[in-house]
Design a binder for this molecule. Structure first.
Ligand code: LLP
Length: 409
């Protein structure tokens, strides 16, 4: 198995395992396909959801494809800038931006704040007015639409914490648009992630269209609408999801006549299938009354999605023998939750073999922790027949070095 033209065993040998491996060519292809699918919509801003893969090299690849960035913290904002993304192409989302983060966004003159509440709008306007400037902003609304995805990554239901409820959108917009320091110029939504069906998105977009018409009828000037991210990707071989082209056609239908600049915030659809988590089998242990345990050197601290959401990641040997086995695939962490797959039909594996978890380029390394003092996983970017370590492995010792025992102990 190769990443582009680089054999994965070479990366394992030189960098060690576990390690995330990203393909530059795949990132570029995904960016191009997404750009092309949305090109008929005028000149939309495609702001990559940095949370899905904040690696500086990955952001740099996407910046070269004309992408902006959707950020949700001061840290992500700094990364986007460090990757060379123009401030005008940065959108700041997030339900709990601190005063310091609002100030940072204004300092850096970012293109857009997506305001998630009346309270946040007042604070932002007050800071901007005190500087004699205007914040460029959209109001994030909560359309109360069920995105039909995992409950932990659904964001557009009334009970979710995100945005302003649609029924209060008009009054909130009236109030915030009148503030000094505020250029409230449109609306934003994002209803959830890993959407396998376009219908909830289309329903939500129709509600946004109605709101835009109502706001205009009330005398507001609406020039921008941010439609968020959320397009799902196949995690299993053979699974079919809506393509970017189908998504683009639906958006064209839903937004016909809006006459606004559109923004999109895709994350997973760009990065998910551009990366794998490369791991080595520590040993294979006989099961109790079930299948054997394939214990790999990656764990839930490196790839949290299976433990957090019960997510499926395809798992394949790097050098398959042709034989198959049924196994429970687990990491070394001392929790039963550290299980990647149960009763999985997979390539036969033995101690020392290499394997990959696929579709790990989004919400992989970025959600890593150092639980069990395992350190932080390394990341590699491949480009043709060359590769580079784009994030060093941070070993447990370096993390320990940042800790102190006070001298009064
Ligand atoms: N915009 C906003 C405001 C978001 O909250 C998100 C994701 C996105 C864009 C990008 O969504 P995407 O295109 O990637 O679906 N950790 C979870 C996913 C959490 C998504 C959070 N918000 C997972 O591993 O599945």
């Amino acid at each position: 198995m190769h990443a582009e033209d680089v054999p994965l065993p070479r990366i394992a040998e030189e960098v060690g395992t576990p390690v995330y491996v990203y393909s530059r060519a795949t990132l570029e292809r995904h960016a191009r396909v997404f750009n092309e699918a949305l090109a008929p919509l005028g000149d939309p801003l495609i702001a990559f959801a940095v949370k899905s893969n904040p690696n500086l090299a990955v952001l740099n690849v996407l910046q070269k494809q004309g992408f902006g960035a959707d950020v949700v913290s001061g840290g992500e904002l700094r990364r986007a800038l460090a990757a060379g993304i123009a401030p005008a192409k940065i959108v700041f989302s997030g339900v709990g931006k601190t005063r310091a983060e609002l100030e940072l966004g204004l300092d850096e003159e970012i293109g857009q704040f997506n305001i998630e509440s009346r309270e946040e709008g007042h604070e932002l306007a007050e800071i901007a007015a005190s500087r004699g400037i205007e914040a460029q902003a959209c109001l994030r609304v909560n359309p109360d639409v069920d995105a039909k995805t995992h409950e932990k990554i659904s964001t557009g239901k009334a009970e979710n914490k995100f945005g302003v409820p649609l029924m209060r959108a008009r009054e909130t917009f009236d109030e915030l648009a009148a503030l000094e320091g505020m250029n409230l110029r449109g609306v934003a939504i994002h209803i959830g992630s890993q959407l396998a069906d376009l219908e909830p998105l289309e329903t939500a977009f129709a509600k946004v269209g109605q709101l835009v018409a109502d706001l205009r009828a009330a005398g507001h000037t609406i020039t921008h609408v941010d439609l968020g991210g959320g397009l799902g990707v196949p995690y299993r071989k053979g699974e079919i999801l809506p393509s970017p082209a189908e998504y683009g056609a639906m958006v064209a239908r839903a937004t016909a006549g809006w006459d606004v600049k559109l923004t999109f915030e895709p994350g997973r659809v760009i990065a998910g299938n551009a990366g794998v988590l490369l791991t080595r089998v520590v040993r294979v242990k006989r099961g109790g009354n079930g299948p054997p345990f394939v214990i790999v050197d990656a764990a839930m601290n490196d790839l949290a999605r299976p433990a957090l959401y019960g997510a499926w990641h395809d798992f394949d040997a790097v050098e398959p023998s042709g034989e198959r086995m049924t196994a429970n695939i687990v990491g070394p962490i001392c929790e039963t939750g550290d299980t990647f797959a149960t009763d999985r039909d997979c390539d036969a594996l033995r101690s020392g073999d290499l394997a990959v978890f696929r579709t790990a380029g989004a919400y992989g390394a970025t959600m890593a922790s150092s639980y069990n003092s395992r350190g932080f996983v390394a990341e590699v970017l491949v480009d043709g027949d060359r590769f580079a370590v784009v994030a060093d492995r941070i070993d447990a010792g370096a993390i320990m070095d940042a800790e102190r025992v006070p001298d009064w102990l």
